[in-house]
Design a protein around this ligand. Sequence first.
Ligand code: ADP
Ligand code: F6P
Length: 322
Amino acid sequence: MAKEVKTIGVLTSGGDSPGMNAAIRGVVRTGLFRNLKVKGIRRGFAGLLNEEIIDMNRKSVSEIIQHGGTILYTARCEEFKELEYQKKAADICRKHGIDGVVVIGGDGSYRGAGALSEQGINTVGLPGTIDLDIACTDYTIGFDTAVNTAMEAIDKIRDTSTSHERCSIIEVMGRNAGYIALWCGIANGAEDVLLPEYYQGDEQQIIDHILANKKKKKSHHIIINAEGIGHSTSMSRRIEAATGIETRATILGYMQRGGMPTCRDRVFASVMGSMAADLLADGKTNRVVCYRDGKFVDMDLTEALNMKKEFWEEQYKICKIL
Ligand code: ADP
Ligand code: F6P
C-alpha cells in the first residue's frame, strides 16, 4: 500500500537551466494545493547532506517564474554516489519529516533520486538540463531558452563574419550530446555543423568545403562545433593556416545556461513541476515526468534510465541539405 505523504521536498541538482524556477514554483504551489507541507532543499544532494532545508510557502516562489538560475541553488555532490551517504540523506529526510522529494536535474541527478527511493524516500525526477540528452523525454527544462540564446549569439557573430569575410567556429554547450549544435545548425543556416554523434575528425573535409564556398564568393563560413568535440581554438588556427582565410573561434559557454526562460520553458516546467507534486501526493515513487509524443506523461525512473536516446538522423540530413 502506498505510504501516506504529508511533507515533500524539492531540490535542483547538476547544471542549472532556465525554467528550473518555474518547476520549483509548480511543485511548491501544487504541493500546497494538495494540502502537503513543502520544503526546499538547497544545493542539491550536497545541501541535503548538510541539512540545508527550508520551509516553503506560496510567497517563497513569488516573482521567480521569469528568472533563470535556481532559487534553491544547485551543486554536484560526488559523495552522494556512495551508499553510506544515500542512507544518511534518507535519514535526514526522515528527521525532517520529508516523505517524498522532487529532484530536478539531468540523468545523473535521476540516479541520485533512484538511490534515495531505494532508501525508502519517495522520489520523482524532472528533466532539468539545457542539453536535451535525457532518453525518456523529447523536452528538457531549459533547452528551449539555451538554444534561443545560442541562436541569437550566432546571428550576431554571423554579421561580423560577413563584414570581415571570415570563417567563424562557434562552440555551443551540450556535454556529449549535439542537440543544441544541431538546432542552431538548422536555425542559423550554418555551413558546417560538427556533432559528437557523427563527427569523425575529418578536418580536410571542412577545409575543402570552405575553399569551395570561397570560390562561389560566399562571404562567410559559419561552423557550429559541439562542446563534446571541443578544441575550437586550435581547430580555427589549423583552418586558417590551411585556407588562408581569417578564422575566429568563439566559445559561447555559460551564457547559454542563464537568462530569462522562454514561454515554452516556463509553461512546460510549470506543468511538469505540478505533475511531480501530484505524483508524490498520490504516494507514487521512483517516477519521472517526461514529454513524449506530444504528451506529458510519467514513467518508472529505472526504466527511464535504461532507455537509449536516438539521435535525429533525419534532422541532421536536412541540416546538411539546407
Ligand atoms: P546531471 O544531473 O545534470 O546529469 P551530474 O551527472 O553531474 O549532472 O549529476 C548531478 C549529481 O547527481 C551528482 O553530483 C551526484 O550528486 C548525483 N549523482 C550522479 N550520479 C549518481 C549516481 N550514480 N548515484 C547517486 N547519485 C548520483
Ligand atoms: O549539463 C549542462 C552543462 O552546461 C553542459 O552543457 C556542460 O558540459 C556542463 O553542464 C558544464 O558543467 P559545469 O557547470 O560543471 O562546468
